[in-house]
Write a protein that binds this ligand. Sequence first.
Ligand SMILES: C[S@@+](CC[C@H](N)C(=O)[O-])C[C@H]1O[C@@H](n2cnc3c(N)ncnc32)[C@H](O)[C@@H]1O
Length: 235
Amino acid sequence: MMNQIALPIIPQVSDDLLEQYSLQMLKLGQSDTPLQRVLREMEEIAETESIPIVGALEGSILAGLIAMRHPPIRQVLDIGTAIGYSAIWMASVLGKDAHITSIELDQKRAARAQEFIRRAGVDHQVEVIVGDVFEILPRQNKNFDVIFQDCMKHVYFARDPQLAIELLDLCVSHLALDGLLFTDNAFCQGRVLEPSEYNQVKGIQTYNQTIARHTQLESLLLPFRDGLWFSRRLI
Ligand SMILES: C[S@@+](CC[C@H](N)C(=O)[O-])C[C@H]1O[C@@H](n2cnc3c(N)ncnc32)[C@H](O)[C@@H]1O
């Protein structure tokens, strides 16, 4: 691939002591449910196999922000299932009628996700679709109240930084009015600070500039882990 820089996996727990303290407090408050046990098992697997998952702190923040919405969230889209970790966190706070559509390119990861989702007891709510978001999402004839966009942008933006805009447009066109769009990896591991010769960094920079000025969204960039955009559809 042209113009690609190798980026290490973001660690689930950073060496920031206050982040570690927040995580300890979170774990003190967690009950020992089968769902939490499955999440902890997944964290260990992700660590051992270098699978890029959001980790407990970001997972709980996503879940917390979703749980606070009124009326309750009905339709969620999870872009980049990996082994199902973020989908399970989000499912943990949804009501019985809510549904998560989760899209994953890698068939083996999707199969593992389905197994973890079953073991976490949320398989009645989470549907994993194997395929490319650029092909699958245009075929979804519904809008989503929440979209979590976490599909390794820095890998395929190396092909063409303009894909960043295409992906954002695709998400906004499937986001319900007043719906929330979360986008992970806004900082591209700090590389967004400087002009870059690499397409994948340019892609993230383009995505950031476009989301910040987007007329249909109001957005906050949370300077947390690798940078998390928190956007709401206005019009
Ligand atoms: C960072 S991981 C997702 C982690 C997940 N959100 C979590 O925290 O549990 C990104 C995933 O997106 C998938 N992916 C990459 N490009 C994709 C695409 N075009 N369509 C669907 N999935 C894609 C990758 O195979 C990878 O498993």
